[in-house]
Every structure is written in C-alpha cells, then in structure tokens.
Design a protein around this ligand. Structure first.
Ligand SMILES: Nc1ncnc2c1ncn2[C@@H]1O[C@H](COP(=O)(O)OP(=O)(O)OP(=O)(O)O)[C@@H](O)[C@H]1O
Ligand SMILES: [Mg+2]
Length: 162
C-alpha cells in the first residue's frame, strides 16, 4: 500500500486530481472517498468523470444513492450518506454487483462498506484545513493510481506501508 498526501488549495486543484484518476482508471477500480461535509468528495468525482470523458454533469447522488455515468468506462457514483446503522442486504448486493461490473466505483461516505467489499480499493481522505484548503491523503495498492496522484501533485507521505 502506498500513501501519498497533497494539499489542494482550490476546488480546481481537487478537480484536477480527480481528472488524473479518471485518465488513469481501469475497470474494477474502487475509490472510497472519506471526509466530512463539504470536504470536496463530489468535486473530486466531477473531475473523475471529466477524466473518464463523461459528458453529463455529476451532481451529488445523495438522494438516489447510485448514479451511473458513461464515459471511457462506466462510472458508478455512490453516496451512502443517508444510510444509518448498517447497510441492508439489498444495498450490499447492489454494491457488490456494481463492484463486479468492470467500471469505476467512487463511494462517498464509505464508512459502512464492509471490509470484504473494500478489498483492492483505494482510500482518499479529504480533510478541510482552511476555507479552500484540503489535505488529501491517498492510500492505494495501485502503482498506476499512485503515479497518477503523484503527477497531479501528491507527494509520498513519510510513512509508506506495504
Ligand atoms: N480545495 C478545495 N477542494 C474541493 N472543494 C473545495 C475546495 N475549496 C473549497 N471547496 C468548496 O467546498 C465544497 C465541496 O463540496 P463537495 O460537494 O465536493 O463536498 P463533499 O465532500 O462531496 O460533501 P458531502 O459529504 O456533503 O457530499 C464546494 O463548495 C467547493 O467549491
Ligand atoms: Mg458529496
């Protein structure tokens, strides 16, 4: 597992990071996007969609939970914010189904996603550190995505885990 950190100073920078991930994305990639309200998770997914050549605007899927977009690869944008307690069996089945569909899965509020479904996924944690600054920590098992993040300005964190 590689850990990288970067500071985004504007929404555009977060969007560019998403775009870099979108260009590097391969079928089956899973991105778990953690962080509080307004941290920039959806801004990242808008860039991700652009990097995947999705033409339509990505809004927050908070009310429908899963939005499907079609670009170079399918993008499944999931938001689990409204779910409390635990994921019910139907939601788990649906998630598992999307994860097996050879697209890119980006999940906001992934706290309730059970460990077996996170396997192989990359975690991005968005931490607001000022009005428009966000510290973004990326843990990824993928050299390809780590390279994309580095090209977008992320620096390896002091500690690198394997
Ligand atoms: N560096 C930055 N990166 C991303 N967004 C930023 C940044 N600076 C300011 N912002 C603003 O913060 C807000 C981020 O909103 P966004 O919807 O992406 O958050 P979110 O993490 O998806 O929140 P939610 O949990 O409510 O879905 C936007 O209004 C954006 O313009
Ligand atoms: Mg959001």
């Amino acid at each position: 597992m590689k850990r990288l950190k970067l500071v985004s100073r504007t929404p555009a920078e977060t969007r560019r990071l998403g775009e870099a991930f979108g260009r590097a994305a391969q079928p089956g990639d899973l991105l778990l996007l953690d962080g509080p309200f307004g941290a920039g998770k959806t801004v990242f997914v808008q860039g991700l969609a652009a990097g995947l050549d999705v033409q339509a605007y990505v809004s927050s899927p908070s009310f429908i939970m899963i939005n499907e977009h079609h670009g170079r690869l399918p993008l499944f944008h999931v938001d689990l914010y409204r779910i409390e307690g635990r994921l019910d069996p139907e939601t788990l089945d649906a998630l598992e189904d999307y994860l097996g569909r050879d697209g890119i899965c980006a999940i906001e509020w992934p706290g309730l996603v059970p460990p077996p479904l996170r396997l192989g996924g990359s975690e991005l944690r968005f931490a607001p550190s000022g009005d428009t600054t966000r510290e973004i920590t990326i843990d990824t098992p993928s050299d390809r995505l780590a390279t994309a993040a580095r090209d977008a300005g992320a620096a390896p964190a002091a500690e690198t885990r394997d």
